[in-house]
Ligand binder design. Sequence first.
Ligand SMILES: [Zn+2]
Length: 297
Amino acid sequence: MGESETTLQPNPASRGVACKLCGGSHFKLRHEWPVGDYWNQTTIPLALWDCEDCGLCILDPVPKAEEYPDGGDWHSPKLRNLARKYRFKTWKRALFDRLFGSKKQRFYRQCKQAVSSGSFLDVGCGTGELMDLAAKDFDEVVGVEPSSRAAAVTRQKGYTVHEGLLEDVALEPGHYDMIAMDAVIEHVLDPVAIMRQCYDALKPGGYLGMVTVKLDGPANRYRGSGWNGYRHGWHTVLFNEATLQACLDKAGFEYVRRPRRARPLDDILILWGRKPLSAPVSIGSQDTTTAPVGAAA
Ligand SMILES: [Zn+2]
């Protein structure tokens, strides 16, 4: 009716975008948030699409760094304040944390049930909270972090931190026993490629543990388009248990239900993949006999 007319984004398929999980090209609009919408802090219209073939949900288009406040650095003071404004941390959460341990503490307890010693890599280490916990048990604890602000804080604690996105960091193949990605996989453009990088960096038998928000979980269904889990504009890909599991599978991992399987009433997904014991140390580009399809590049 009014002058402000919603600009419906063109369907990703019309621009040749294919699903990063199944390769399909049938997308259905889930939600959109025009410029100026309460939830949209970027300078472009935002839209989320569901792959009609496999259920993977993608943000398309993905804003460029300069289209986010503060260049998209989630650790900038301005964005920390925004996070407070949108109640990404609530008093209920604070109380729960006091009773049962913080989200990091609970996740780490599970990591330790999977692997309890050796080399630990925290991808998206932030200011090193998970690394502080892992340092008590693991001989080596290394981080990867794109925010220079956060990486500097973590380095000051004495840790080795590779600054940058995982795809830009050269990791030693077959080196790590445990790789943790807490709230990372929903920020990437190609989740299967990221998981394959982790696969390469793990020893045979090593674990990848991932935490992410759960698409179509109870909170998502209740909150609709105002669900915090969308992190409007920041989350580029969203998963349910089936799609995250399918990505692990495609990356070559054995999906394991230990230390903890996904439960229907959870609002977060914590999934575990194990690099098969029979896997060569590195799938590299020369040995394609057991490499996941398409891993050679
Ligand atoms: Zn798909």
